[in-house]
Ligand binder design. Structure first.
Ligand SMILES: [Zn+2]
Length: 240
C-alpha cells in the first residue's frame, strides 16, 4: 500500500493486501456501514474518513458527484467516476487491471476518481469526468493534477488483432498499440494520457510514479493473472 500525502488531499493506492473480491463487495447487505468493516476500517484510520463511496462499476463513461454523507448505499449506483468537493469524504474505485485516475483541482479543492479500463477509455471516461468537474465546479485545466494508479501496462497487456478497431477514432491510435513478435500490446495509461493532453492538459500535470504494472508486479491484484474471481485493490482519494 502506498499513500500520497499532500496538505490538501491524500490518495491511497492499495495492492493485493486489500484482498477483496467483487462477490464480496457487490454482496454487502443494505445499510452496511463500510467504515466499520475491513478493509475500509483500516482506511478510515489512515485517512480520517467520515464516509466512503464506491460505485457499481460497469465500464461506462458515466459518473456521480458526491455532495453529502450517506448520499447513496455503497456499490449501489452504477457508474465509473466520482467527484467531490466535500472534505473527509473518501471516493474510491476497485480495480484488477483497469487504470485508476485521480484528478485534483488545487484552486477549487475538488477531487475526482475514475475507473478506466479499455472500454471506458474508448468511451473517453477520463475526459468526460474532467468535463463534469469543469461544468460543476468551474475547474480550469491549468489547475489540475492527475495521478495514475497501478494498471495493466504495455509490457504485459496483450490484445487480439480485432482490438485495433476499438481505437480507430483516436488520431494517436498507432502510438498506443505496439506490434511485437509475441503479439499486439496495448498501452492503456498512454491511451488516457494522450486523450487528456488532446483536451489541453499539460504534460507537467501528470504524476505517473504510482502506475506500476498489475500483471507483472505480483504485489498487485490482476484480472489477467487471477481471472474474474480474483481479488481487487482499492484506490481512494480524500480532500481535507
Ligand atoms: Zn507488465
Amino acid at each position: 500500500m502506498l499513500i500520497h500525502n499532500n496538505p490538501l488531499f491524500s490518495i491511497y493506492f492499495g495492492n493485493a493486501d486489500d484482498n477483496i473480491s467483487s462477490d464480496q463487495y457487490l454482496g454487502y447487505p443494505k445499510k452496511v456501514q463500510l467504515l466499520s468493516i475491513e478493509p475500509y476500517k483500516r482506511l478510515q484510520k489512515l485517512m480520517h474518513l467520515e464516509d466512503l463511496f464506491f460505485l457499481n462499476q460497469i465500464h461506462s463513461a458515466k459518473g456521480v458527484i458526491v455532495s453529502e454523507k450517506a448520499q447513496f448505499e455503497p456499490f449501489s449506483v452504477q457508474g465509473d467516476y466520482l467527484i467531490t468537493d466535500q472534505k473527509h469524504i473518501g471516493i474510491g474505485i476497485m480495480t484488477g487491471d483497469c487504470l485508476p485516475i485521480i484528478f485534483y483541482d488545487n484552486l477549487h479543492n475538488v477531487a475526482a476518481i475514475v475507473h478506466a479500463g479499455w472500454r471506458g477509455s474508448v468511451e473517453h471516461v477520463a475526459v468526460k469526468a474532467l468535463a463534469h468537474m469543469q461544468a460543476q465546479f468551474g475547474t480550469k485545466i491549468e489547475h489540475i493534477r492527475i495521478f495514475f494508479g497501478p494498471s495493466a501496462k504495455s509490457c504485459c497487456y496483450q490484445v487480439g488483432q480485432e482490438f485495433e478497431k476499438h481505437l480507430e477514432h483516436f488520431s494517436f491510435a498507432d502510438q498506443i498499440l505496439y506490434k511485437e513478435e509475441r503479439g499486439i500490446m496495448f498501452d492503456l495509461p498512454l491511451c488516457n494520457k494522450l486523450q487528456l493532453e488532446h483536451v489541453g492538459v499539460a504534460k507537467e500535470a501528470f504524476r505517473l510514479q504510482y502506475n506500476s504494472c498489475t500483471i507483472c508486479d505480483p504485489r498487485y491484484c490482476s484480472y489477467r493473472r487471477e481471472g474474474a474471481n480474483g481479488s481487487r485493490q482499492m484506490t481512494v482519494v480524500v480532500i481535507r
